[in-house]
Ligand binder design. Structure first.
Ligand code: GLU
Length: 310
């Protein structure tokens, strides 16, 4: 699809938290941005659009009981409204398995542990953050041998051709796809496969998320194409950091709505804090999402992280 055809489409964004812990101010800010991008037009498409909600709960060992409901309630308390359908990843494992089967011949079994990958990637000439290629070219006999001691993960046998995606914050981003994991070695469908398939099947054409995921966009776009799906536009937005410059976390003090409420800071004040951080409100100015939507200009989104001191 060309960009001009794309520009006539209605925007369909999504917010897709993992219910592994309460949302903090940085997560809430990303959700507000996903809403503003979806509903204000993004320079390529005209608003108003839709914003879907997806619960990314495939990693059962990290999912915490009750968190999914609290996340949704915290977002709704800010005034965020989501459009149907609600997608719950743990209910879609058959679809992920089918997609994986359709990629037969374009995947390989990987027996590496996390540690082996980290060591190979950090060795001289290694590429940190990328799969070092260790298991790409194993012979059938080598694979059979390794299967005796370790269940394989399934990785994408990616081309080494550069690919470009459009990011509404970073501009055109070009990179070489990585051999991303499609199925973990415990048989669980992996994050990349689930995200790409869900976005495609829900008609998502705009992905707004934290810029820690920028490095995944090229590989995910590559996978979408391989599955014969439309590649969305992206907007990777700056993260919230703590005073030391590390990614904000719950241990950084009063950074979740529950912690803030205990200090007398309610959802209206939280929305103001977020709006101030985005240069969309004056200090302590009461705002609502409609006001922010009218003021929001993707071109003027601050390009630097939000430093939060809890
Ligand atoms: N579930 C992921 C997270 O909470 C977001 C994935 C995505 O937006 O692609 O970090």
């Amino acid at each position: 699809m060309t960009q001009s055809q794309r520009s006539r489409e209605r925007i369909r964004g999504r917010y897709a938290p993992s219910p592994t812990g309460d949302l903090h101010l940085g997560n809430l800010r990303t959700a507000v941005l996903a809403y503003l991008f979806a509903h204000s037009g993004d320079g390529l498409n005209d608003g108003p659009g839709e914003l879907l909600y997806r619960i990314e709960d495939l990693d059962r060992s990290r999912v915490r009981h009750g968190v999914a409901d609290r996340q949704r309630a915290d977002l709704e308390a800010l005034g965020l409204v989501f459009d149907p359908p609600l997608v719950v990843q743990s209910e879609r494992t058959d679809a992920y398995r089918e997609a994986l089967q359709s990629l037969a011949g374009k995947t390989f079994e990987c027996f590496c542990s996390r540690r082996e990958i980290a060591e190979a990637a950090s060795a001289p000439h290694g590429s940190p953050g990328r799969y070092p290629g260790t298991c790409r070219d194993l012979t059938e006999a080598e694979r059979a041998e390794r299967r005796r001691t370790r269940q394989p993960a399934i990785r994408l046998l990616a081309d080494r051709e550069p690919l470009t995606v459009i990011d509404l914050v970073y501009g055109e981003v070009t990179g070489i796809p990585d051999d991303i994991v499609l199925q973990r070695n415990d048989g669980t469908p992996a994050y990349h496969l689930a995200v790409v398939l869900d976005d495609a099947e829900s008609g998502v054409n705009q992905v707004v998320r934290g810029d820690d995921l920028l490095g995944s966009a090229i590989s995910q776009a590559y996978l979408a194409r391989l599955l014969g799906r439309q590649v969305p536009n992206y907007a990777h937005v700056p993260l919230a950091l703590n005073a030391e410059g590390n990614r904000l976390a719950k241990r950084d003090g009063a950074v979740t709505p529950a912690d803030l409420a205990a200090r007398g800071v309610g959802p209206a004040e939280v929305l103001t804090m977020i709006a101030v951080s985005l240069d969309l409100a004056a200090d302590a100015e009461p705002v609502d999402l409609e006001t922010l939507r009218a003021r929001f200009d993707p071109e003027r989104l601050p390009r630097y992280p939000w430093i939060v001191t809890g």
